[in-house]
Every structure is written in structure tokens, then in C-alpha cells.
Ligand binder design. Structure first.
Ligand code: AMP
Ligand code: MG
Length: 472
């Protein structure tokens, strides 16, 4: 068997200003940890033998048809503009168009330095590679737009972090790696030709029906509204919603210090670098609006009539909070089994969330258990739940089959942080059992899977992960 990837590289056909040609830097002893055969099939990728795939996805052998490059972008990091970021530890090998007609990027992450690396070593250690593999595939299983994982390779080298740690490379697949920051870099530099070309490229690749820059803005806004709502619905906290981590395609991208909440609290933050809680759970919708406002600012630069463009863009951005609120309400209605809308639904949902926050109720398990005896057990004071449950039961009398709605939006399984950490610790010792087990259980998060009941359990006091670290 020979690894065959039917590349068709549209990004490499764009002008040189968009990227730097850069091959992955070879590693000492690549060893294949995982290969996602299901995803490969959709993409039209035929697997090769294990050693060949280790060489290809470790960066030692460039597959036929690949045109490796590091993409240029900039972005706002924690609200401050950084004029040049770019792929500092990743290269795009190229793209395939899958059997589903979807064009996808194939990127190696952790593949060595590039012209955009600044002080970084261009490498990744095993922990964040496995974390991204598991969490991004879990996101896909949950039905949430996301980049995916095609392969993971151990490099046989150590990377120096707080201590030497085993190195790894992730093969990441995305509908594209276009970010808000990809637009910002050309807008900030006044490179309007490039900005225009990029806009046309993004429209034709992602939103062929969108009408020009403002049509693109509207489409990206809607995609972000959808994405953030889905995050909120499963208790996901991205952790670093900088504009360079905000995908034009509306996928979850750049899994760094991300985590799913165990017990519900709106102010939950995990990221060790987010001291101010800018990217806390409940702030995510507001931050998404802020990011779309940055995209608007960038896109406007190319419009001939600035005044009219500012007015139109302002309207598009200002409509976003209401769209978010509406989608959020729809999603949380479904989470408590409501399919029709009634006055008082918002109060009913908020009433539950407030009680959950005050009673350390587990976000995932509480929603999953609604309508069963176990729901009240999630609350430190179960009477508080009974109280709410009474009014909920009144309300769902008007509903048909609330539980069938709920079971489709309330997962039984999420990649719990303490399990992800446990999985990484084991993998560092060479034991990949939990890594493979998590992947297989999390592929079907809405099915009750009695054999995996242990993976539903929230962390004990000792198991709680207090902080997560950036994926560097
Ligand atoms: P991220 O935290 O993944 O959004 O990355 C932010 C920026 O830092 C991007 O430009 C990355 O390419 C760059 N970066 C992160 N880690 C490294 C590393 N180990 N070496 C070089 N560049 C890095
Ligand atoms: Mg990033």
C-alpha cells in the first residue's frame, strides 16, 4: 500500500504575499500514533503502510503533490493587535476535495520553525497534540463544526518546555485555515490588492452565494453565531478566542488551553494565561461579536464608498448579539425538551442555570438526567432542583416527547479534562489505551454506553484540573 493524497492546492496558487514556502523540518524517529481512517476516506486519502505514514505525517517525506507553505496572518491577542503572527509551528501541505465535495486543508502542526516562528522552536509536545486530537474529534462527534485530526506522530525527539518532553506532530484538517487575522494583516498594511484577492478567495471557497465583502461579513457572522451557540450548549470554553483563532469557515480552531466545564459556573476559566477572564465561558458570545467587528474593520478597507460600507457593516455587527441570544434560547429550549416557544422560557432556563451555578451541578450530567431521578442528585441541595422541576413539568405538559429532543442535544459524554490529563500522562509513559478508548467512546457522545459509565463521572476534588496551558 502506498499513501496517496489527491492534492489540489488552491492556496499555493494565491500570490506570494500570502505565505512563505516552507517544508516541514524532518524529525529523528517518527512513529505513527494514530491515523483517522474514517476521515481519510471522506478526503480521498488512501493510507499507506505504517512507516510510510509516520514519515509523511512526521514531516520527513513530503507526499507527492504537496506544496508546503506557512501562512501569513496577524491578529488581536487578548485585545492587543500583533502585526505579524503567521504559522510559526505549522505548514500547510495542501488541500484535497473529498467525496463529499468539500475542500479541506491538510496541515502539519509542530513541524518545525518557519519564517513566522519568532522566538518559538516550531515544535509541539505530545500533550497538546493528543489533547487536540481527542477534543477536536470529540467536537466532531458532538456535531459541532471543528478542525479535525487526521494523524498524530511521535517525533522521537524531546522538546524543551518547563522540562524536556516528548515531541509530536499533529496532522490537522480544516475547511480552511483562513482566520479573521488573515484579513487583518493585509488591511493593517494597506495591501488592498491582497485584501481583495483574499476576500474573493474566501467567498468562492466558503460562501459562494455571498455578495462581496459585506456578504462575506454576514456569512462569517452567522457561522460564528452558530458555532458559539453550540459551544455554549455543551459547556465548551475555547480559552483563547483571539482573532487569529477565529475561523472564517466557522469551525472551532486552535485547541490550546480549552476545556469543557464540569460543574456549571458562567465565570469558568481554565486557561493559565487568561488572568482577567476575558475568555470565560459566559463571555464567549460577546467576544465573538468583538472578533466580527475586527473582521468588519478589515473588510471595509477595500470598499470604495467608506461611509456606506461603515454603515452597512455596523448594521451587520450590531445585529449579532440578538442573533446570538435567539440561537442560544433555541438551543437551551431544546436542552430542556421544549420545541415550541412560550413567554417565560428564558426565565425557566435561567432559573435552572442559576440553581446549577449555586449548587455545583455538573453541566453535562444535569441536562442529560433531566426527567429522571438522577437529576436532583446533581445539586448540593436537591430541594432547589425539585422546586424548579415543578415549574418545568408544568411547562413540558405542552410538549410532545421532550426526552427525544433532549437526548439529541444533551450528550452523555464529553472529553472531561481530568480524563484528558490522565490520558496524556499515560501516553507520556507509552500507554495509549486511554487515548484510543476516549476516541472510540467520544465518537458517539449521545449514546448511553454502559461500558463507559466511568467516563461520565465528574472529577473528584483531587482530580479537578485547575488550569490548562497553551498548546506550545
Ligand atoms: P496559538 O497559540 O496556536 O494561537 O499561536 C499563536 C502564535 O504563536 C502563532 O503565530 C503560532 O504559530 C505561534 N507559536 C505558538 N507556539 C509556537 C512554537 N512552539 N514555535 C513557534 N511559534 C509558535
Ligand atoms: Mg492560533
Amino acid at each position: 500500500m502506498t499513501l496517496t493524497i489527491p492534492f489540489d492546492n488552491s492556496y499555493a496558487r494565491l500570490p506570494n504575499a500570502f505565505y512563505a514556502r516552507q517544508a516541514p523540518v524532518p524529525v529523528q524517529a517518527p512513529r505513527l500514533i494514530a491515523f483517522n481512517a474514517d476521515l481519510a476516506r471522506i478526503m480521498g486519502v488512501s493510507p499507506g503502510d505504517v512507516q510510510e505514514m509516520a514519515e509523511a505525517f512526521g514531516g520527513n517525506k513530503i507526499p507527492d503533490g504537496a506544496e508546503p507553505l506557512a501562512q501569513l496572518y496577524s491578529g488581536h491577542q487578548f485585545g492587543h493587535y500583533n502585526p505579524q503572527l503567521g504559522d510559526g509551528r505549522a505548514v500547510l501541505l495542501g488541500e484535497t476535495v473529498g467525496s463529499d465535495g468539500v475542500r479541506r486543508d491538510i496541515q502539519l502542526k509542530g513541524s518545525g520553525p518557519t519564517p513566522f516562528s519568532r522566538q518559538g522552536d516550531g515544535r509541539a509536545w505530545l500533550g497538546p497534540v493528543l489533547r487536540e486530537y481527542v477534543v477536536s474529534e470529540a467536537m466532531h462527534g458532538l456535531g459541532i463544526p471543528t478542525t479535525r485530526a487526521l494523524a498524530a506522530v511521535e517525533t522521537g525527539e524531546f522538546v524543551l518546555r518547563e522540562r524536556p518532553l516528548p515531541g509530536a506532530v499533529l496532522t490537522r484538517v480544516a475547511q480552511s485555515h483562513l482566520r479573521v487575522g488573515t484579513f487583518q494583516v493585509f488591511a493593517a498594511r494597506g495591501q488592498l490588492d491582497s485584501l481583495q484577492k483574499l476576500t474573493e478567495y474566501a467567498v468562492s471557497r466558503h460562501y459562494p452565494d455571498a455578495d462581496g465583502p459585506m456578504g462575506l461579513l454576514r456569512s462569517v457572522r452567522d457561522a460564528q453565531v452558530n458555532l458559539i451557540t453550540l459551544w455554549m450548549g455543551v459547556g465548551f470554553i475555547h480559552g483563547v478566542m483571539n482573532t487569529d483563532n477565529c475561523s472564517i469557515a466557522g469551525e472551532t480552531i486552535d485547541y490550546g488551553p480549552c476545556a469543557f466545564m464540569d460543574s456549571y459556573h458562567p465565570n469558568t476559566v481554565f486557561s493559565s494565561i487568561d488572568q482577567m477572564g476575558r475568555y470565560a465561558y459566559a463571555n464567549q458570545p460577546d467576544i465573538a461579536v468583538w472578533n466580527i467587528a475586527q473582521l468588519a474593520t478589515a473588510l471595509i478597507q477595500q470598499m470604495p464608498d467608506k461611509e456606506a460600507a461603515v454603515e452597512e457593516a455596523t448594521g451587520i455587527v450590531h445585529a449579532m448579539p440578538d442573533l446570538l441570544q435567539q440561537k442560544w434560547l433555541d438551543r437551551f429550549r431544546a436542552k430542556i425538551g421544549l420545541t415550541n416557544q412560550k413567554d417565560g422560557d428564558l426565565e425557566l432556563i435561567s432559573g435552572l442555570l442559576t440553581r446549577m451555578a449555586n449548587n455545583q451541578a455538573d453541566f453535562t450530567n444535569t441536562f442529560r438526567a433531566l426527567g429522571t431521578e438522577q437529576a436532583r442528585d446533581q445539586f448540593t441541595d436537591p430541594n432547589v432542583f425539585d422546586d424548579w422541576s415543578e415549574s418545568w413539568r408544568q411547562r413540558i405538559r405542552h410538549e410532545e416527547g421532550p426526552s427525544s429532543v433532549m437526548l439529541k442535544v444533551n450528550p452523555a459524554f464529553i472529553p472531561r479534562n481530568h480524563r484528558v490529563e490522565e490520558m496524556i500522562e499515560a501516553a507520556v509513559q507509552g500507554d495509549y489505551t486511554l487515548f484510543h478508548r476516549l476516541n472510540s467512546v467520544l465518537a458517539h457522545p449521545y449514546s448511553d454506553n454502559p461500558e463507559a459509565a466511568d467516563l461520565k463521572r465528574p472529577p473528584t476534588e483531587n482530580e479537578i484540573v485547575q488550569a490548562t496551558f497553551c498548546g506550545t
